[in-house]
Ligand binder design. Sequence first.
Ligand SMILES: NC(=O)C1=CN([C@@H]2O[C@H](COP(=O)(O)OP(=O)(O)OC[C@H]3O[C@@H](n4cnc5c(N)ncnc54)[C@H](O)[C@@H]3O)[C@@H](O)[C@H]2O)C=CC1
Ligand SMILES: O=C([O-])CC(=O)C(=O)O
Length: 324
Amino acid sequence: MSTTPLKVAVTGAAGQIGYSLLFRLAAGALGDRPIELRLLEIEPALPSLEGVVMELDDCAFPLLAGVEIGADPAAIFSGVSVAMLVGAMPRKEGMDRADLLSANGKIFTGQGKALNDNAADDVKVLVTGNPANTNALIAMSNAPDIPNERFNALTRLDHNRAKTQLAKKLGVPVTEISQLAIWGNHDDSMYPDLFNTMVGGKSAAEQVDQAWITDEYIPTVATRGGAIIKARGASSAASAANATIDHMHDWLNGTSDWVSMSVPSDGSYGVTEGIVSSFPCTVTDGQYEIVQGIELNDFSKERIAASVARLEGERDQVKQLGLI
Ligand SMILES: NC(=O)C1=CN([C@@H]2O[C@H](COP(=O)(O)OP(=O)(O)OC[C@H]3O[C@@H](n4cnc5c(N)ncnc54)[C@H](O)[C@@H]3O)[C@@H](O)[C@H]2O)C=CC1
Ligand SMILES: O=C([O-])CC(=O)C(=O)O
């Protein structure tokens, strides 16, 4: 076990996702090593964050080596090797995630610059705050000294949702499912591809019919966030925190199966270079790779192209806003 604390920044730490995320991080969810938490909030939320820190203290977590809080990104990001950018406004019922671009996008220009100037050389940045893919693009574009591939966005929640919905349909445990992946944007156009997914060693697509995939499965996965907002009156929090941990855990520690990661496209599968889009990925020694050589049928190609078009639209919008 490494005894050097891993310095992890979390933004929006006093929010709902923060409340589920911090305690698991402090308990060792990223790996069996000490962790130092650097928590960023806006000034008015700092008193509430102080209460959360009191609760962290009250857990006496053996791996928690320190907690620092503040409203200055430069100070909080100083020397961090992991940055979880969660802090952003959540959508309300009836909104699309892209509706948050003008409100949230500017958060990621300042945080991109602050990471550029203050984070450790090996920093890995994961954006959860919505619209996550394009916010990651904004942060990446404002951090010219950090390699682009260190900026990811979260589609692991969609991946986990896709896994459970398929497992329920087929009456199998989630552990039977492999090679599942979400492609495209974390919005209603996302595409969970079942044509390359395996269940119990056999093709998933051959065990369900196409009408179920098109009319039930894809819409259920893609609109799950909205369904949760409707049911809870607030957007997903514990599951989003769980997915944020899953993504960063795997990026740091490696994978044994495909995982869905939104990463800057290198042009693989015709996805426009530079946009941050979800792909099937594997991770070895802290480096992810987009899985190559996957056969995509015409249905999949069409769905991916539609989602990529949404990402291009968001990119054009933030260009116009002067954020990239
Ligand atoms: N990618 C994904 O799968 C998911 C993304 N989300 C997104 O995550 C974000 C956070 O969600 P919640 O925790 O539920 O929201 P929340 O409103 O409970 O918490 C957000 C926190 O961010 C803080 N904040 C705002 N601006 C900030 C800034 N400039 N620097 C630091 N902190 C700042 C706020 O003060 C607040 O405490 C939302 O944008 C939401 O839509 C939520 C679920 C899943
Ligand atoms: O739907 C939302 O606004 C929150 C979110 O991203 C999700 O739950 O997937």
